[in-house]
Write a protein of this length. Structure first.
Length: 306
């Protein structure tokens, strides 16, 4: 498939502190890629390098077939970038904000383009409302409408659903899939595992380094993680007895249950052998989830500043 994003060796430091380190990522055209990682992992810096807002210290690659360094200005015109913080004018109405953005991009037939964006995002009935009076979910719709006004080929969304209620999140993702079905490529950073599972592919970074990339199924399979589920009336007590034992890499609480995981299935089962005879604990096989895999990846990652 054609790559909308194909970069390698990207690095960026601020005041001598490395934020992105030798990062390579590929996103196929017309696909939705989830960009995951803990706070401070370098996601926002990477997104800004991809759309031409930051120049990498080293590395190379293309975005929409354009060189990310030489063609930064051209890339900006073909990308819609939704920042973490609401960045439109709160003292302007929804329509006024969209009209302003359309003017910035010199959108042809501006009035019709604004009308179309209002209809597409369900904003027509509120178009006279001030942006500052909108709830988080409606601000999110307005921000997305402003990103697609100039018909970009690529959407870069930086934690767009943070602080938004579940219904608004679901509606947002339905719109993202409609845009992708029409050929738009989307790179979206998120902390939500259910959102990651909605993506065609995912990339996970920590401390500025890429730790995993591929489809959700491939990342789960390549993790090599074996997981056992324990149900008990005293999960905290059982966790305290299990944590730190050889063969057990991770113990995670899920309500009244524990997910006990290790990278070596035989070593994990050997570590649990003495606990399986306890009648107060019910053991079963479990498939590792994305959360299990990402916690394991973080445990194995090294902070370059420590």
């Amino acid at each position: 498939m054609t790559a909308a994003i194909a970069v390698s060796g990207l690095s960026k430091s601020f005041a001598g502190r490395p934020v992105v380190r030798d990062l390579s990522i590929r996103v196929e055209a017309g696909r939705i890629c989830g960009f995951l990682g803990p706070n401070g992992s370098g996601k926002t810096t990477t997104i800004r390098m991809l759309c031409g807002l930051l120049t990498p210290d080293s590395g190379s690659g293309t975005c929409l077939g354009l060189d990310i360094i030489r063609d930064a200005a051209a890339i900006k015109r073909q990308v819609g970038y939704m920042t973490q913080r609401f960045s439109l004018y709160e003292d302007l109405s929804i329509r006024e904000n969209l009209d302003f953005v359309a003017r910035m991009y010199a959108v042809p037939d501006r009035r019709r383009a604004v009308d179309a964006a209002l209809e597409q995002l369900g904003l027509a009935g509120r178009q006279r409302q001030l942006a500052g009076a909108l709830s988080g979910g409606w601000k999110q719709r307005l921000a997305l409408a402003s990103c697609i006004l100039h018909r970009p080929r690529l959407l870069l969304l930086d934690e767009p659903t943070a602080g938004v209620d579940p219904k608004a999140r679901r509606e947002f993702w339905e719109e993202i899939h409609r845009l992708a079905a029409d050929g738009m490529t989307v790179l979206v950073s998120t902390h939500y595992m259910d959102e990651a599972e909605r993506c065609h592919a995912i990339a996970y970074i920590a401390y500025g380094r890429l730790l995993a990339q591929g489809t959700v199924e491939a990342v789960l399979a390549e993790s090599g993680l074996a997981t056992r589920r324990a149900v008990t009336a005293d999960p905290d007590g059982l966790a305290a007895r299990l944590e730190g034992r050889p063969g057990i890499d991770m113990v995670v609480r899920f309500g009244g249950a524990l997910h006990v995981s290790g990278r070596d299935a035989a070593a994990l089962d050997a570590a649990l052998a003495g606990f399986r005879s306890d009648p107060s604990v019910r053991w079963s096989e479990a498939e590792p989830g994305l959360e299990d895999v990402f916690i394991a990846l973080m445990d194995g990652a090294e902070d370059p500043l420590q």
